[in-house]
Design a protein around this ligand. Structure first.
Ligand code: IMP
Length: 420
């Protein structure tokens, strides 16, 4: 299983792409097209939102599992984009009938609610993810399997949801939805997506029983988890190890390895506490053309490595090894602060606070590491890294309580190697 240990965008797409070289299957556990995985292969750059990046490896099959939420038109667009680049999906990509659908009225609610929140906005991707999960929990959602219904029954169910939406939209100030174009769009998408539908849980269990190697991909990151993140500044699914099991139907006892992906510093997009945020570091990284969101293009907020946060993530997910990315982002720095504790009213906290408002009042306690001030992008082995970079990585591993596994010093597949 591969999960993000910070606020998403840790480089999971890249790590998954590398690990998929040894896998038969990749299952995407949760989230929707709020996620964006960027994979660079040679000169080609692929940005995937819903389809697991394993699809870029010809021998790998992929499942979008029941814990995910799927925007039908968005998924069709992604499939078509892959076909245009010569990547086959039929017979390789499978969509769990259990996955819930994200429909245009969910986007209207997401965007309308954010507008209403004003300064207090969550900073969502505006893709309708929260409202789709809210409908799922309220037991009024539509599931991917319903795309296989007769055209008239599917239209009836969608029209019904839009009618209810439009009634409430008047009161809430959300955009109203015209049913006809939505019905046309969904019917077209349904035709294309039907052959991909399956019982996601039966498929997962059959694949496991046949002894195939499976990678489970968690989207977003631990601190965007609806239960364990910086609530309410979170996404609406479970981005942690437990969520990966619930989302795929794979039992915890079947998980052998939990790879926690993390950056050598920290970023987040959207609002919410981020006590190691540092404008200078952001300026530096943005100036290097990095840390812009692959889904929304937003400049990510940037800050120093937060060991308090990651130590919690390591425990929450039962991480067995770390995959540390973006080390090269720190190459030019003479001094690198790392947060080892939170200071609150004269006390030092070793665990992150429960309340986002308390979290925002904490101040970081930093330990300063010497920078290596030389490029790491050409490193292909652990021994190629500057001694100070190796010391920095080993210290982080010790602080968070998990061993180093994979290191990444650039976007290319070849810029990834194992520790030791
Ligand atoms: P939503 O998932 O669109 O509802 O957004 C909720 C929060 O999660 C916002 O802060 C988003 O910026 C953040 N978020 C959602 N998906 C991702 C992701 O893939 N990477 C990083 N942040 C994300």
């Amino acid at each position: 299983m591969v999960l993000g240990l910070q606020w998403g965008d840790e480089g999971k797409g890249k790590i998954l792409d590398v690990m998929a070289g040894e896998a038969d299957w990749v299952f995407r556990a949760q989230g929707g097209n709020n996620a964006g995985h960027t994979v660079e292969i040679g000169r080609a750059k692929y940005v995937l939102h819903l389809v697991p990046s394993g699809i870029l490896r010809s021998g790998v099959s992929c499942l979008i599992a029941g814990g995910a939420v799927v925007d039908p038109a968005g998924l069709v667009g992604e499939i078509q984009g892959l076909h245009e680049r010569g990547i086959r999906t039929r017979g390789r990509l499978h969509l769990a009938s259990q996955a819930h659908l994200v429909l245009p009225h969910h986007r209207a609610v997401d965007q309308g609610s954010e507008k209403k929140r004003g300064q207090g906005k969550i900073g969502t991707t505006g893709r309708g993810i929260g409202p789709a999960y809210a409908d799922k929990a309220a037991r009024v959602g539509l599931r991917a399997g319903e795309l296989a219904l007769s055209a008239s029954e599917l239209s009836r169910r969608i029209r019904d949801r839009i009618r209810i939406h439009n009634t409430v939209a008047g009161i809430q100030g959300w955009e109203k939805i015209a049913p006809a174009p939505v019905l046309r769009e969904i019917q077209q998408a349904a035709k294309i997506l039907r052959p991909y539908l399956c019982d996601g849980v039966a498929l997962a269990h059959n694949v496991l029983a046949s002894g195939k190697k499976v990678l489970i991909e968690g989207a977003q990151g631990t601190f965007l988890d609806v239960d364990h993140g910086t609530y309410p500044y979170v996404t609406s699914s479970h981005c942690t190890a437990g969520g990966a099991c619930t989302g795929t139907g794979v039992p915890p006892t079947a998980i052998r390895k939990v790879v926690g992906v993390l950056k050598a510093y920290t970023t987040r997009v959207g609002s919410g506490p981020f006590i190691t945020e540092d404008g200078m570091l952001g300026h530096l990284l943005h100036g290097m053309g990095r840390e812009f969101g692959s889904t929304t293009g937003r400049a990510r907020r940037c800050g120093w490595f937060d060991a308090v946060l990651v130590r919690r993530a390591v425990r929450l997910n039962g991480v067995t090894e770390l995959a540390m990315t973006n080390l090269d982002g720190l190459d030019g720095l003479e001094k690198i602060p790392v947060c080892t504790g939170y200071r609150l009213k004269g006390k030092i906290l070793r665990e992150p606070p429960v309340e986002a408002s308390v979290w925002e009042r904490c101040r970081p306690v930093y330990r300063i590491f010497p920078g290596w001030c030389e490029p790491t992008t050409e490193a292909r082995h652990w021994r190629d890294l500057p001694a100070k970079a190796r010391s920095y990585l080993l210290a982080l591993s010790k602080l968070v309580g998990a061993p180093l596994g994979i290191l990444s010093v650039g976007a290319g597949r070849e810029q990834t190697f194992r520790h030791g």
